[in-house]
Design a protein around this ligand. Structure first.
Ligand SMILES: *[C@@H]1O[C@H](CO)[C@@H](O)[C@H](O)[C@H]1NC(C)=O
Ligand SMILES: *[C@@H]1O[C@H](CO)[C@@H](O)[C@H](O)[C@H]1NC(C)=O
Ligand SMILES: *[C@@H]1O[C@H](CO)[C@@H](O)[C@H](O)[C@H]1NC(C)=O
Ligand SMILES: *[C@@H]1O[C@H](CO)[C@@H](O)[C@H](O)[C@H]1NC(C)=O
Ligand SMILES: *[C@@H]1O[C@H](CO)[C@@H](O)[C@H](O)[C@H]1NC(C)=O
Ligand SMILES: *[C@@H]1O[C@H](CO)[C@@H](O)[C@H](O)[C@H]1NC(C)=O
Ligand SMILES: *[C@@H]1O[C@H](CO)[C@@H](O)[C@H](O)[C@H]1NC(C)=O
Ligand SMILES: *[C@@H]1O[C@H](CO)[C@@H](O)[C@H](O)[C@H]1NC(C)=O
Ligand SMILES: *[C@@H]1O[C@H](CO)[C@@H](O)[C@H](O)[C@H]1NC(C)=O
Ligand SMILES: *[C@@H]1O[C@H](CO)[C@@H](O)[C@H](O)[C@H]1NC(C)=O
Ligand SMILES: *[C@@H]1O[C@H](CO)[C@@H](O)[C@H](O)[C@H]1NC(C)=O
Length: 864
């Protein structure tokens, strides 16, 4: 019995090893092949006399039921390299499927093509096989799939491929095949998928392709040098996808619409003629089409009239043809559309508003047309690429699009006539995407950087303040708690009720309202005050009305009057929620036409509200009360530069004496509120004001499209916020003031107006530069532009300082009140910059962008 067991064991061992290892078995050939090509080879024999594993159990090997013959070998990405050697794979007579894709195979021995005629699929994709495709390829009579893509096969496709009557998939893309597509090719009547793209094939598409290859579904001949006309595709009932992109085909594209295609790519050829009759002439069913690309051909006439029937369209490109000038097509029904490229298609007039219904749009290219008018709302949901460059579009970007810009992959609005002023864009994208309208942006137009610096500077102060506030609050709560315990909280509640009634009282008030100041009377011709809304930009959910403005300013009481500016009176007050605001009434002159569009005013104010920069006083909101435009600004706690340099107290700050302390030290002690004027005597402080104001102007001149000319640059337009950061005010208001007032403003303020305005010239950015030069003189000399006493009988600050500069006696002009030593040179240099700014000829004055650079060069050293 023991003997019997032993002999059967030996028998099994013998049988097992014969399948795997014996010469001239499939196992032997496969093993030899893998070994010679540098692939992984399973162990030759088991440890301790175990039977070696049968070849059929190797990964990627599949055998017939006998367990001896290999039917399928899959060694994709198995690290094989070199030529397939003789007496290996060529001997696998029963092999049906061979996949050696993604290796480094460079060629094969001649006996490879002797592989049994049973081969059904061969995948050598992604190797480095070079040389001609041998005629022997025709030997595989049962072959259904041949994938030789991405190798280096060259020469012609052998006519013998025509004997592959069972071939369903042929993929030869990415080789160096040349010559014509052989007629014999049409013998492969079972073909379903053909990809011959990215070779160097020439000649024509075989004439009878359509009638020969009835089952063809996918044909890709893109990226060759095929010429001639389209074949006749009618009757190809299962034809779904055609790619002929990047060849030299000519003639009409009509033939393509005779097949039930879903994907048509005829781009980058030389197709001619009109496309408009295509859809009407044929029985083409638009609703199937998903992808249509006819771009970069010579097509003329107009676009398809019935485009809107392409309900399945996801991708539509007709770009760069020779279409005649035409209106924007209606395509609002193409709800699946993701990609729309109508660049250079002769589109004129407005962009069809229906485009806003295309909510799935990812790529939109309408560049290089003659589109005019405003950009309509776009379905911004998935939008990633927008190119509207080279048109004549005007107005602003729709707010939703503007907001979306930072998330887009790419956008381009260059060479239009668009209005844009957004501090949210990065300088780089601003520079590259809004080309062609104005100069490049200055440093100042990158407020992100400035803000960041600002934040870190204030950080330390904030922490200290926060700690102090926390301590005070804790004490207050403790005390309140004790009082409440003792007396009950009735008083507090009554107080709150009273506040509420104050808030509600004015809602019943009705107009018209009339208000008086020292110099003017203005009327708000409105009905119920509570029915006139106040727009607050950053907090659209706050619903204020004119009644709230009345209540905040005690009915525009003279006691709340801050100033009477050239545009009208300015009041201050607190809106509900603790918004501290300056309310500027842009009093309308009698000459402005009453029917002037208040919508235009609202649009202009909306635009001004979007212009943000750390050195501009932000417009918080506005109210259109009858004829009056009321602009609401953030309140600037530390007054303006005029007050600071020349006047006595107005508002919260005082200018008693110019002591020696620097304000920075003050700030460290007590926080911004208690900073008084001591520090204003330092050059450091004054330089900071000059640089901030220059940045603001540079932003308006070079960072906004169209450019904003301030028209009233002077010391009293430069305000100081709670941390004494300079902020320019009143930008853009000149445009809102109509009639006489506009004309008066255009003449400039006394002492700040450049000579060209006196001669009746128009204000330009260079007029602002002049005004800035005067402010710079004021900062360095401490003198007023007019009326101060200047030496040597001069009547104005400008002529006095310019005289000194010319005589090289600038030191005499420096404000003796400036306490620091060591900054004289920088102050003298500042006077020279002012000298450049106040040149008589506007062309000789530097740009604000250059002035920012010059001022940065004389920045005082921060460390003391
Ligand atoms: C093919 O060979 C190259 C070097 O000739 C090597 O970098 C690459 O990794 C190889 N690829 C495979 C799949 O073995
Ligand atoms: C051939 O192999 C490649 C790489 O493994 C694969 O992507 C491709 O689909 C295969 N070809 C066919 C026709 O199955
Ligand atoms: C075309 O496809 C049909 C249906 O799949 C099939 O019956 C027919 O044999 C195919 N024709 C050729 C020539 O392969
Ligand atoms: C041909 O092969 C390439 C590379 O394997 C592949 O990307 C392409 O989709 C194939 N063509 C078709 C029509 O399947
Ligand atoms: C057509 O082929 C070209 C070149 O290979 C390719 O860029 C393009 O995406 C293809 N078109 C379609 C619709 O697949
Ligand atoms: C295309 O072939 C069909 C028959 O398959 C024929 O009726 C039609 O006229 C041909 N079209 C052209 C433009 O030759
Ligand atoms: C187009 O095809 C759709 C379905 O694919 C069908 O509902 C519609 O009736 C067809 N239209 C025409 C004009 O044949
Ligand atoms: C639109 O088509 C033109 C011409 O083919 C091409 O240059 C441009 O890159 C395309 N635009 C996009 C966004 O793909
Ligand atoms: C834009 O309009 C101007 C003036 O009407 C015209 O000269 C110019 O050719 C237009 N540009 C385009 C691209 O249509
Ligand atoms: C640009 O738009 C402005 C108004 O926004 C208009 O006055 C000007 O003529 C336009 N320029 C061109 C070239 O169309
Ligand atoms: C926008 O278009 C202009 C003109 O073609 C080009 O110079 C610029 O680089 C483009 N910008 C971007 C961001 O693509």
């Amino acid at each position: 019995m023991g003997l019997h067991l032993l002999s059967s064991f030996l028998l099994a061992l013998l049988l097992g090893s014969s399948a795997a290892q014996q010469a001239n078995t499939d196992g032997f050939f496969v093993r030899d092949f893998l070994q010679k090509m540098g692939g992984d080879v399973p162990p030759a024999a088991g440890e301790g006399g175990d039977s070696p594993p049968s070849v059929c159990s190797w990964r990627g090997v599949f055998c017939d039921t006998s367990g001896k013959r290999v039917l399928k070998l899959s060694a994709s990405a198995a690290g094989l390299s070199g030529e397939i050697p003789e007496n290996t794979l060529g001997k696998l007579a029963t092999l049906r499927h061979l996949d050696l894709s993604r290796n480094n195979i460079t060629g094969f021995s001649s006996d490879f093509w002797g592989l049994g005629s049973s081969l059904r699929s061969l995948n050598l994709s992604g190797n480095q096989i070079s040389g001609r495709l041998p005629n022997n390829v025709g030997n595989f009579g049962l072959l259904e799939m041949l994938d030789l893509s991405h190798n280096a096969f060259s020469g012609e496709i052998p006519t013998t491929v025509g004997s592959l009557a069972a071939l369903r998939i042929l993929n030869l893309t990415g080789n160096k095949l040349e010559g014509v597509i052989p007629d014999g090719f049409l013998g492969c009547r079972s073909l379903v998928v053909v990809d011959l793209s990215s070779n160097q094939l020439t000649g024509r598409i075989p004439e009878e392709l359509g009638s020969a290859l009835r089952n063809l579904t996918v044909l890709n001949l893109a990226g060759n040098r095929i010429s001639g006309r389209l074949a006749n595709f009618s009757g190809m009932a299962s034809f779904v996808s055609l790619n002929l992109s990047g060849n030299q085909l000519q003639g009409s594209v009509q033939g393509v619409f005779q097949a039930p295609l879903r994907v048509i790519d005829l781009s980058r050829n030389q197709f001619q003629g009109h496309v408009s009759p295509v859809s009407s002439d044929s029985s083409f069913n638009w609703s199937r089409l998903e992808h249509l690309d006819l771009s970069e051909n010579h097509l003329s006439g107009e676009l398809f009239p019935d485009l809107n029937e392409g309900l399945s369209l996801r991708h539509l490109a007709m770009a760069r043809n020779r279409f005649s000038q035409q209106r924007f097509p209606s395509l609002e029904k193409l709800s699946r559309l993701q990609f729309l490229n109508l660049s250079a298609t002769g589109l004129a007039g407005g962009i069809h508003a229906g485009i806003s219904r295309l909510s799935g749009l990812v790529v939109l290219d309408l560049s290089r047309n003659h589109l005019t008018g405003r950009i309509p709302d776009l379905g911004t949901g998935d939008l990633a690429v927008v190119d509207l460059s080279f048109n004549n579009l005007t107005g602003e970007l729709p707010p939703a699009l503007l907001q979306k810009l930072p998330e887009l992959q790419r956008f381009n609005f260059s060479f239009n006539n668009l209005t844009l002023c957004s501090a949210e864009l990065s300088l780089e994208s601003y520079r590259s995407s809004f080309l062609g309208s104005q100069n490049d942006c200055p440093i100042a137009a990158n407020p992100e950087l400035l803000q960041r610096r600002e934040k870190t500077r204030r950080w330390g102060l904030k922490v200290k303040l926060a700690v102090a506030v926390a301590v005070v609050m804790a004490v207050v709560f403790l005390l309140t708690g004790l009082v409440c315990l003792a007396v009950g909280c009735r008083r507090t509640r009554r107080w709150a009720a009273k506040q509420l009634s104050v808030r509600e009282e004015p809602t019943t008030v009705s107009g018209p309202f009339s208000f008086q100041t020292d110099s003017t009377t203005w009327v708000a011709d409105v009905g119920a005050a509570a029915a006139v809304p106040v727009v607050i930009f950053e907090k659209p959910l706050l619903s204020f009305t004119f009644a709230d403005l009345l209540s905040a300013t005690s009915h525009f009481d003279r006691g709340t009057l801050l100033a009477e500016g050239r545009f009208g009176p300015v009041y201050h007050g607190f809106l509900p929620g603790g918004l501290h605001v300056a309310v500027k009434v842009l009093v309308r002159s009698s000459s402005s036409s009453p029917e002037e569009d208040s919508g235009a005013a609202a649009r202009e104010l909306d635009r001004l509200g979007r212009i943000r920069h750390p050195n501009l006083v932000p417009l918080t909101g506005y109210c259109l009360a009858g004829d009056q435009r009321i602009a609401i600004y953030e309140y600037m706690e530390n007054g303006n530069l005029q007050n600071l340099l020349h006047d006595l107290p107005l508002g919260v700050h005082a200018t008693e004496d110019w002591s020696n302390d620097t304000w920075e030290e003050e700030e460290k002690k007590d926080g911004a509120q208690s900073i008084t004027s001591e520090g204003q005597a330092t050059w450091r402080f004054r330089h900071r004001i000059a640089l901030g104001a220059a940045r603001a102007l540079a932003f308006l001149h070079h960072g906004c499209i169209p450019q904003i000319v301030h028209m009233d640059v002077k010391a009293s337009s430069i305000f100081l916020d709670s941390s004494f950061e300079p902020r320019l005010s009143d930008f853009g208001l000149a445009k809102l003031a109509g009639g006489d007032l506009a004309a008066e403003i255009a003449r400039g303020s006394p002492g700040y107006a450049p000579p060209e305005l006196a001669g009746g010239g128009a204000a330009t950015a260079k007029s602002d530069v002049y005004g800035f030069g005067v402010v710079l003189f004021e900062l360095v000399t401490g003198k007023k532009p007019l009326g101060d006493d200047y030496e040597e009988g001069e009547t104005s600050l400008v002529s006095w300082v310019r005289g000194l500069v010319k005589r090289n006696e600038v030191a005499a002009a420096v404000d003796p009140k400036v306490s620091e030593t060591g900054s004289e040179k920088q102050m003298e240099e500042a006077l020279r910059i002012g000298y450049l700014c106040t040149a008589d000829s506007p062309a000789k004055r530097p740009s604000m962008q250059q002035i920012v650079g010059l001022l940065k060069d004389i920045e005082p050293i921060v460390d003391q």
